[in-house]
Design a protein around this ligand. Structure first.
Ligand code: ADP
Ligand code: ASP
Ligand code: MG
Length: 469
C-alpha cells in the first residue's frame, strides 16, 4: 500500500470548482488503496492580501479592518457553497470560517491599537490563509463520503525554530509528534488534511515557513511519515524549461535529479519552495510535480539519479523576482582576513538569507542578493555595525533587480556556455549588474533590472532552443 503526501497549491484551490477537482483526485487515490495525506495552501491570492493587511493594519481603524474581514468571509463562504453540496456540511464549514475570521479580526485590531507589527504577530496574521482553506477541503472530502480529519501544522505536530517568517522545522520532534498524531489515521484510511506553510515553535507560538512554504510542509510530513512519494499538485504540467507564463512554448521536463531540481528551486523561482527538497533528499523520497487540471499527465519526477540523459547543455532558465542587490565597498576589506565573514555574520544574525554572492578578486567589493522585503533591515544593520566600525566605506543598493538562473547538469565542464549566455543578453542591449557561478557548475546566475527580466528569459530560452528539448 503506497503512502503519498499530496500538496495542493493556491491555484488548485482557487475556486469551489477547483476544490471539487482536488477532492476527486484525492478520492481516486484512496480508491486505489493509497494512504493519502493532504497539505493545502491558502486560496489563491489570500496570503498576499494578508501580507498587505498586516502592513496596513497599524494605520487603519476598526471599521476598515472589519471591511477587510467581511470580504474575506464572503470569499471563503462563496467557495464553500461552490465546493460542497451537503447543506449541513456547508453550515459546519461556514461556522468554522466565521469563527476563524473573528479571531483574525481581533489580531488585526490589536495591531491597529498598538500601531506596530512584530515578526511574531505578522506570522500569526499570515497563518489565517491556510487556516481558512483547509476546512473547505475537509468539507469537500466529507461531501464525497471520504473519511477525513483537519489539522493545522501545529496540531499535526510540526515544530520549528523561532525564525518567524522563514522558520525551519526541527525534524526530530516533528517526526515524533507527526507519527504519533497522523499514522494511526492513515491505518484507518482516514485522510488527514493539514494546513501548509504554518507550524509552531516549541512553545506553541505560530510560525510560517517562508512564502510558498506549503511545499516544505509536504516534504517534512513525507519524511516524518516515511511516505513513498510526495506529489506537489499545481496549475502547470510539471517543472518546465521556464515559467510558461513568460514563454508559452516552455516544455515540461519529465525527470530531474535532486541536484538539478535544487538548483532550480534554490533561487526561489516560484515552481517550488527553495528548502522543500532538503528533507526528502536525505530520506531519498521521490517528488512529483503534477497538474491538477491535467491529472493524466505524470508530471515531473524528481528523484535520485533521474538526470535527463540528454545532451542539452542548458536545461532550464528561471526568473526570480522580489529580490534586491546590496553592494558593499571598503578599502579596509582588501587583504584583511575575516572581513567578508563580518559582513555575513551581521546579515546572518539578523536572520537574512543571502541568495547569491559575488566578490571581485580586488577584494574591495562584494555584492549580495537578498529578498527585497528584507532590504531595509539589512541596510540599517550593515550600516550601523560595519560602517560604524570602519570595516567598510560605502553601501549602495538596488531594489528594482531580478535574478536570472540558467541551469543544466551538462553545463559542467562544457566550454563557452557562459559566453553564449552573456552574448545573448548583450545583443538585447541589456546590462548585467552581477554574475555568479557556483563551483557545482550546474547553474549560472546573473542580475539584471527587473523590467528586462522577462525579455532576457525569452532570449535565452530561444538561444538554447529549450522549446525543442
Ligand atoms: P502553487 O500555488 O501551486 O504553489 P506557484 O504559483 O507557487 O503555485 O508555482 C507554480 C507556478 O510557478 C506556475 O504557475 C508557473 O507560472 C511558475 N513557474 C515558474 N517557473 C516555473 C518552471 N520552471 N516550471 C513550472 N512552473 C514555473
Ligand atoms: N500561502 C502561502 C504563500 O502564498 C504558502 C504557499 O502557498 O505555499 O506563500
Ligand atoms: Mg507555491
Amino acid at each position: 500500500m503506497k503512502k503519498i503526501v499530496m500538496k495542493f497549491g493556491g491555484t488548485s484551490v482557487a475556486t469551489g470548482e477547483n476544490i471539487r477537482q482536488v477532492a476527486s483526485i484525492i478520492a481516486d487515490s484512496v480508491k486505489k488503496d493509497r494512504r493519502v495525506v493532504v497539505v493545502v495552501s491558502a486560496l489563491a491570492g489570500v496570503t498576499n492580501q494578508l501580507v498587505e493587511e498586516a502592513e496596513q493594519a497599524k494605520k487603519k481603524d476598526e471599521k476598515q479592518i472589519q471591511e477587510f474581514t467581511e470580504k474575506l468571509i464572503e470569499k471563503h463562504v462563496a467557495t464553500v457553497m461552490e465546493a460542497i453540496d451537503n447543506k449541513s456540511i456547508q453550515k459546519e464549514v461556514e461556522l468554522i470560517i466565521k469563527k476563524t475570521v473573528g479571531e483574525l479580526e481581533k489580531v488585526l485590531t490589536g495591531i491597529c491599537y498598538v500601531g506596530e507589527i512584530t515578526p511574531k504577530s505578522r506570522d500569526y496574521v499570515l497563518s489565517f490563509g491556510e487556516r481558512l482553506a483547509a476546512p473547505i477541503i475537509w468539507g469537500a472530502l466529507r461531501d464525497i463520503k471520504l473519511q477525513t480529519q483537519c489539522f493545522t501544522g501545529k496540531e499535526a505536530g510540526i515544530v520549528t525554530d523561532e525564525n518567524f517568517g522563514e522558520a525551519r522545522p526541527l525534524m526530530n520532534v516533528t517526526t515524533h509528534q507527526v507519527k504519533g498524531r497522523l499514522e494511526s489515521l492513515l491505518e484507518k484510511k482516514i485522510v488527514p488534511v493539514v494546513t501548509g506553510y504554518i507550524a509552531a515553535t516549541q512553545d506553541g507560538v505560530v510560525t510560517t515557513l517562508g512564502r510558498g512554504g506549503s511545499d516544505y510542509t509536504a516534504t517534512v510530513l513525507s519524511v516524518a511519515l516515511s511516505s513513498d512519494e510526495v506529489w506537489i499538485w499545481t496549475d502547470v504540467d510539471g517543472i518546465m524549461t521556464t515559467d510558461p507564463k513568460i514563454v508559452q512554448s516552455a516544455k515540461m521536463l519529465p525527470q530531474l535529479s535532486y541536484g538539478e531540481a535544487s538548483e532550480m528551486a534554490i533561487f526561489g523561482a516560484k515552481a517550488m519552495h527553495p528548502s522543500a527538497l532538503e528533507p526528502v533528499i536525505e530520506a531519498n523520497i521521490p517528488v512529483r510535480i503534477r497538474n491538477v487540471f491535467n491529472p493524466q499527465n505524470q508530471g515531473t519526477l524528481i528523484a535520485d539519479g533521474e538526470e535527463t540523459k540528454s545532451t542539452e547543455v542548458v536545461k532550464a532558465v528561471a526568473l526570480i523576482r522580489d529580490v534586491a542587490m546590496i553592494n558593499i565597498r571598503g578599502a579596509a576589506m582588501v587583504g584583511a582576513p575575516g572581513s567578508y565573514s563580518k559582513v555575513f555574520d551581521v546579515i546572518g544574525k539578523n536572520n537574512i538569507n543571502i541568495m547569491m554572492v559575488s566578490a571581485a578578486v580586488s577584494e574591495g567589493n562584494i555584492s549580495l542578493i537578498i529578498r527585497r522585503n528584507l532590504l531595509g533591515r539589512a541596510l540599517s544593520t550593515l550600516g550601523i555595525v560595519l560602517i560604524g566600525r570602519g570595516v567598510i566605506n560605502e553601501i549602495t543598493s538596488e531594489d528594482d533587480v531580478c535574478v536570472i538562473a540558467v541551469m543544466g547538469a551538462n553545463m559542467k565542464g562544457t566550454l563557452g556556455v557562459a559566453s553564449r549566455i552573456f552574448t545573448t543578453v548583450a545583443q538585447k542591449g541589456i546590462n548585467i549588474r552581477m554574475i555568479a557561478q557556483g563551483s557545482s557548475e550546474l547553474n549560472v546566475s546573473f542580475v539584471v533590472k527587473e523590467k528586462d527580466g522577462a525579455a532576457v528569459v525569452r532570449a535565452i530560452h530561444e538561444e538554447f532552443k529549450l522549446d525543442q528539448i
